[in-house]
Design a protein around this ligand. Structure first.
Ligand SMILES: *[C@@H]1O[C@H](CO)[C@@H](O)[C@H](O)[C@H]1NC(C)=O
Ligand SMILES: *[C@@H]1O[C@H](CO)[C@@H](O)[C@H](O)[C@H]1NC(C)=O
Ligand SMILES: *[C@@H]1O[C@H](CO)[C@@H](O)[C@H](O)[C@H]1NC(C)=O
Ligand SMILES: *[C@@H]1O[C@H](CO)[C@@H](O)[C@H](O)[C@H]1NC(C)=O
Ligand SMILES: *[C@@H]1O[C@H](CO)[C@@H](O)[C@H](O)[C@H]1NC(C)=O
Ligand SMILES: *[C@@H]1O[C@H](CO)[C@@H](O)[C@H](O)[C@H]1NC(C)=O
Ligand SMILES: *[C@@H]1O[C@H](CO)[C@@H](O)[C@H](O)[C@H]1NC(C)=O
Ligand SMILES: *[C@@H]1O[C@H](CO)[C@@H](O)[C@H](O)[C@H]1NC(C)=O
Ligand SMILES: *[C@@H]1O[C@H](CO)[C@@H](O)[C@H](O)[C@H]1NC(C)=O
Ligand SMILES: *[C@@H]1O[C@H](CO)[C@@H](O)[C@H](O)[C@H]1NC(C)=O
Ligand SMILES: *[C@@H]1O[C@H](CO)[C@@H](O)[C@H](O)[C@H]1NC(C)=O
Ligand SMILES: *[C@@H]1O[C@H](CO)[C@@H](O)[C@H](O)[C@H]1NC(C)=O
Ligand SMILES: [Cu+2]
Length: 570
């Protein structure tokens, strides 16, 4: 264990972090938001970072530990941090999405994110949740099992976080501001990155290559995280088969695959068994996007190296051959479908899948793109001279000027949000057929209210307005079960009969297939206000998000406690 923690801390150089020796402790971290000059692709930029690190520091905790992360904002931007995938049971004040659970931490201010990790172990991550700041502000969150609890798979020789991102030569804040102003699509990234490094396929980037050095014949646990802003990614390592063992900090039934798909916001643990007969060899690992639809995208490939340590390590590595993995084509929806259908909960006695078998509250949400009118005096760059927008059930979310959770808790919701988020689309159409004539969306700051402990089913129906895309949907505050998915229009009379209520995937992020649907279920056992949104940041910026308001239960331990005294104010 000490070796693992040392390996992790050496990998990410974590001077500030301290690891205590027993379980159920409080782990204190200090995250200073500060600018740092970083050079990639021959472009030097001043970027927003945590503690000057890019990617940010790795947090390592154990199931049952409390985290107290003191964030000090030393940049001119507002910021918040989100602990992506952490259940935040009765600690919604620490969840982080700006103007949903908190007002931003303003320049010169401090806020302590204070929460306990309950019933979760595996890989998650943390990232900024304000505008597009998560383009540079992100890092792994490793949750080890309780002391003495083994993994339900072979004990790895080493564990390595591998976090994917997107590098922009320009300023991401300027890019989204420009897109919202012109109504067109935002500029795409200039490179994908593996632990912050684009690798040798880009100009001026050979030295910025992630290298994983392995010994022959050992098992490595790779903790894969997709922190990219706007892209689903395929990943593979040449000449190596991966064994998927966990997704979103939930163990899955292990399966082998050469390549995998990871959506933005998803985390996947895989076992990599190094070949006993490959000394003095190196292999590429690669990521590149999976995408459908009409939007332009960054179609480049980031690669890193898997290097076998030579028998004599003081002898320079003699790389005989370098192999490329063969990743699926950029639009390979059949690979994506096949792969995601293989993800199943472990669902055994020790790690049961507590799938809600009955449903109290049912929702049918259309999710996808739409249009906003152009200002009369402006020329807009979206389709038909309008502005790009996005909505759920035709409601494009309007960001409030104060946090929803505070407004709710203090009974001051008037003028901040409405509680009439529609359960169904306002007008039915052939969602996956020819788009309707009117592609304009409505707007509002609406929440859907759930009684405490309600069993909730949501069918997310992709629509074909302005192309069909895979929308990686992320739910805050809960894990959901993916009980069904399919293509075309969801049929409530036929499709439920094929739902998997035994061992469906459990997680916090899952892609709605292009021109298809996903049915998810969760139990609303966590009082608070919880964002649900597409994790393609461009779509979120266009309003592809909504919030659930889960009411307090009757018992004291079913109520949201009051906010911490340092909660930022708007
Ligand atoms: C970044 O580089 C600029 C220009 O060289 C310099 O003025 C600034 O102090 C640097 N910032 C940091 C945080 O090192
Ligand atoms: C975190 O919250 C717990 C429980 O409310 C409290 O006892 C503790 O003092 C808090 N820690 C910090 C650093 O704010
Ligand atoms: C977006 O890309 C265009 C074309 O390359 C460029 O002119 C513009 O400055 C970029 N916008 C930002 C905000 O970087
Ligand atoms: C790399 O640089 C060359 C020469 O400067 C240029 O022609 C090419 O377009 C660049 N490629 C990319 C991907 O930027
Ligand atoms: C790696 O795979 C390629 C084909 O994908 C094959 O030609 C090559 O021999 C393999 N290399 C090793 C070391 O097995
Ligand atoms: C990526 O897109 C560019 C511009 O559209 C195109 O020229 C290039 O061939 C594409 N590359 C790949 C690998 O698809
Ligand atoms: C490793 O290589 C170095 C330099 O080639 C040599 O001096 C040393 O004896 C070798 N060690 C072993 C254990 O073979
Ligand atoms: C994927 O892209 C290729 C090449 O651009 C194209 O020929 C093919 O029809 C596309 N497949 C799908 C399913 O869209
Ligand atoms: C899914 O992929 C597996 C492994 O590559 C393959 O054996 C299987 O035939 C595929 N199933 C479908 C329906 O394509
Ligand atoms: C364009 O119209 C908008 C409102 O429709 C207004 O706020 C803005 O000032 C106008 N801009 C110009 C340049 O007239
Ligand atoms: C919806 O559109 C699709 C694609 O055009 C078509 O195949 C399907 O029959 C349509 N469904 C209905 C109910 O009209
Ligand atoms: C920062 O947040 C505060 C509170 O919501 C807001 O008043 C202010 O305008 C924001 N500043 C910037 C630069 O976004
Ligand atoms: Cu989306």
């Amino acid at each position: 264990m000490v070796a693992l923690l040392l390996a992790l801390s050496v990998l990410f150089l974590l001077p500030e972090l301290t690891y205590a020796e027993h379980a159920g402790i409080t782990r204190h971290y200090k995250f200073v938001i500060q600018l740092q000059n970083v050079t990639r692709l021959c472009h030097t930029k001043s970027i927003v970072t945590v503690n000057g690190q890019f990617p940010g520091p790795t947090i390592v905790a154990r199931e049952g530990d409390r985290l107290a992360v003191k964030v000090v904002n030393h940049v001119q931007n507002n910021i918040t941090l989100h602990w992506h995938g952490v259940r935040q049971f009765r600690s919604g004040w620490a969840d982080g999405p700006a103007y949903v659970t908190q007002c931003p931490i303003q320049t010169g201010r401090t806020y302590v994110y204070n929460f306990t990790i309950i019933g979760q172990r595996g890989t998650l991550f943390w990232h900024a949740h304000f505008s597009w700041q998560r383009s540079t502000v992100y890092g792994p969150l490793v949750i080890l099992p309780k002391r003495g609890e083994p993994y339900p798979f072979i004990k790895p020789y080493k564990e390595v976080p591998i976090i994917f991102g997107e590098w922009f030569n320009g300023d991401p804040e300027a890019i989204i501001a420009q897109a919202l102003q012109t109504g067109g699509g935002p500029n795409v990234s200039d490179a994908y990155t593996i632990n912050g490094l684009p690798g040798p396929l880009y100009n001026c980037s050979v030295r910025d290559t992630f290298k994983l050095s392995v010994k022959p014949g050992k098992t490595y646990l790779l903790r894969l995280i997709n922190a990219a802003l706007n892209d689903n990614l395929f990943f593979g390592i040449a000449n190596h088969t991966l064994t998927v063992v966990e997704a979103d900090a939930v163990y899955v039934k292990p399966f082998h695959t050469d390549n995998l798909l990871i959506t933005p916001g998803q985390t996947i643990n895989v076992l990599l068994k190094s070949n006993p007969h490959y000394p003095n060899a190196a292999f590429f690992m690669a990521v590149r996007p999976y995408t459908t639809g009409l939007a332009t995208f960054d179609n480049s490939t980031a690669v890193g190296l898997l290097e076998y340590q030579p028998p004599n390590s003081s002898h320079p590595s003699n790389i005989l051959q370098l192999f490329n993995p063969s990743l699926p084509p950029l639009n390979d929806t059949s690979f994506a479908t096949n792969y995601t259908q293989r993800l199943r909960s472990l669902a055994n006695a020790q790690f049961p899948a507590n799938v809600p078998q009955t449903v109290d509250k049912q929702f049918f949400f259309t999710v996808g793109m739409g249009l906003d009118p152009c200002n009369k005096n402006q020329t807009c760059q979206g389709p038909i001279g309008a502005k790009l927008s996005a909505s759920i059930n035709n409601v494009s979310f309007v960001q409030p000027i104060t946090a929803l959770l505070q407004a709710h808790f203090f009974g001051k919701s008037d003028g901040v949000y409405d509680t009439d988020f529609p359960n169904n689309p306002p007008f039915p159409f052939n969602y996956t057929g020819a788009p309707p004539n009117n592609m304009f969306v409505g707007h509002g700051t609406k929440v859907a209210v759930l009684p405490f402990n309600a069993s909730v089913e949501v069918v997310l129906q992709g629509i074909s307005i302005l192309g069909t895309e895979n929308h990686p949907f992320h739910l805050h505050g809960f894990n959901f079960f993916v009980v069904g998915q399919g293509f075309g229009n969801y049929d409530p009379s036929k499709d439920p009969s094929s739902f998997n209520l035994v061992d469906p995937l459990e997680g916090n992020t899952f892609g709605v297939p292009p021109a298809g649907w996903v049915a998810i279920r969760f139990r609303a056992d966590n009082p608070g206000v919880w964002l649900m949104h597409c994790h393609l940041e461009a779509h979120t910026s266009w309003g592809l998000k909504m919030a659930w308001l889960v009411l307090d239960g009757r018992l004291p331990n079913q109520k949201l406690p009051p906010p911490p005294s340092d909660l930022p104010k708007c």
